[in-house]
Write a protein that binds this ligand. Sequence first.
Ligand code: SAH
Length: 195
Amino acid sequence: MNIFEVFYWTAILLEIAIRIPLQKARKKIPRSEQHISRAETFLLGGLFVTMVLIPLIYTATRWLDFANYDLAGWVGWLGVLLLIGSIVIFARAHLDLKSNWSPSLEIYEKHTLITDGIYKYIRHPMYASQWLWVIAQILLLHNWLAGPIDLIFFIPFYFLRVKTEEKMMINQFGEGYLKYMKKTGGVIPRLPGNY
Ligand code: SAH
C-alpha cells in the first residue's frame, strides 16, 4: 500500500466514524416521507462497488495491475489536499444538518430547514464533498478501474439526487426553500451580490 492509498483508506474510515452516531440516532426518529427510487438504489450500489470494493481489490491484490496509470508524485499530493477538503466539508455538513440528515431522501416529522453553518454558503455541502472525493480518487488511486470509474455512477446520481431532493424540499418548505435557493449556491458558493 503506498502513502496515497493510506490517505484514501483513512478517509473512508473517517467518513464511517462521522456517520455512525447520526446513523444510530436517526433510527428512533419518526419520518413522514421517504423517496427511494430503483434508479437511485442502483446508482448507490454502483458507487459502493467503485468507491470501496474495487479500490479494496486494487489495494489488497495485484489483479488490477493491467489497468494502472502513472501520475507525477505532486499530483497525488494534490489528491491528498482535495481529500482533506472533502472530509472537512463532510464533517462540517453533518455537524450542521444534525438529525435532519438521512442517507436516502427523507423528511422527518420534526424536520427543520437548516440555512446556517456551512448551509449558509452552499445548499449541498455533502455532494460538494463527494465531488472533491471523486476527483481526489482519480489522483490518489492510479488505476482506471479503482480511480475514475466511479464517475459513471456519480454523475447521474448527483443530477438525479439534487433534482429529486430540491423538489421534495420545495414541497415541504415552500417559499422558505425557494428563498434559500435564491440566495445560496448549490455546490459552489454564490458570489456576494450575485443573486
Ligand atoms: N443536500 C444536502 C443534504 C444531503 S442528506 C447536502 O449535500 O449536504 C439528504 C437529506 O438532507 C434529505 O433527505 C433532506 O431531507 C435533508 N436536507 C437537505 N438539505 C437540507 C436543509 N437545508 N435543511 C434540512 N434538511 C435538509
